[in-house]
Write a protein that binds this ligand. Structure first.
Ligand code: F6P
Length: 319
């Protein structure tokens, strides 16, 4: 019987569990079995794995996080660790490995693939910074969570007449910040991609309106520094900062993330059992497209110019 291994790596994301379920059930449907590797590449390095039967993944679709657990394993940058993972994969009797993970993990997938393993990658990260795919698992749920939180925080901003800076995750990209600012109708977004023109915010603030919500990407610098600037702009006011943190990463996957997990997981199995390795299953205009890992590894996805344009027209980004 054909056997494929499966692991989740890097930051957990809502949608990983639906992808796990899809991989296991699609493999079973094709007459193959799945061995689940625990704690990402670290677990593969330590040969920490066990058979994953369809019955074991029933009822996990609505759970956030990953039942396989995850880790950040920087050792995948070292050739010895990569060879050990390739050997362990063979020892587990797996002819292919499906890796579910983000931008850093793609580089581990490529390294392992170059070491001779048949690797198929499924993009998964709340940051949406994996190149080559329109969207990764977890982004949709994360943005819905952020919007719920921003809406709640706005109640306090308007009731207490306070400007509030909300810091969101996203690592080096401002994708979550700009999308959350557009989606919540925030006054401004502060992004790592652009220098922030404080004088333009001052102008916007002086035109009146509600006390502003400003969304700040973690990669743009500290939201607390932004608050200091706001103290000048609103003399006598009490600007506050709210760092959303890990709340953004957890929770029940949205419908879209469940669908994406199912589609990408099933397509990954088809590639893996079809003998196609060294690929990432990208989501492009509603289709699952296998793209070479070389084309996507080490390249960060950029926020599209159209999104910046929309934000400018909404008065959220200033030029
Ligand atoms: O990549 C997902 C992410 O949540 C980023 O947004 C954030 O910068 C990082 O992970 C936090 O990393 P860790 O889980 O190691 O604290």
């Amino acid at each position: 019987m054909a056997r494929i291994a499966l692991l989740t790596s890097g930051g957990d994301a809502p949608g990983m569990n639906p992808a796990i379920r899809a991989v296991v059930t699609a493999a079973a449907g094709a007459g193959a079995e799945v061995v689940g590797v625990r704690r990402g590449f670290r677990g593969l390095h330590e040969k920490d794995a066990a058979a994953l039967a369809p019955a074991a993944v029933e009822g996990i679709t609505n759970f956030g996080g990953t039942v396989l657990r995850s880790s950040r394993f920087a050792e995948m940058k070292e050739p010895e660790a990569v060879s050990r993972c390739a050997e362990n994969l063979k020892a587990l009797g797996a002819e292919a490995l499906i890796v579910v993970g983000g931008e850093g993990t793609v580089q581990g997938s490529l390294a392992l693939s170059k070491a001779g393993a048949r690797v198929v990658h499924v993009p998964s990260t709340i940051d949406n910074d994996v190149s080559g795919t329109d969207i990764s698992l977890g982004v949709d749920t994360c943005l819905n969570t952020i919007l719920r939180l921003v809406d709640s925080i706005r109640d306090t901003a308007s009731s207490m007449e306070r400007p509030i800076v909300i810091e969101v995750m996203g690592r080096l990209t401002g994708y979550l910040a700009i999308m959350a600012a557009v989606g919540s109708g925030a006054r401004a977004a502060i992004l790592p991609e652009r220098p922030f023109p404080w004088d333009r915010l001052r102008e916007s603030v002086s035109r009146g309106g509600q006390f502003p919500i400003i969304v700040c990407a973690e990669g743009a610098g500290s939201a607390r520094q932004v608050v200091d600037q706001l103290k000048d702009m609103f003399p006598g006011s009490v600007p506050r900062v709210s760092v959303l943190g890990y709340i953004q990463r957890g929770g029940t996957p949205s419908f879209f993330d469940r669908l994406l997990g199912a589609r990408l997981g099933e397509a990954a199995v088809e590639a893996a059992l079809g003998g196609v390795g060294g690929r990432m299953i990208a989501w492009r205009s509603g289709n699952c497209i296998p793209v070479p890992l070389e084309e996507v590894a080490g390249r960060r996805r950029q926020v599209s110019p159209e999104v910046f344009e929309t934000a400018k027209k909404m008065g959220i980004l200033f030029e």
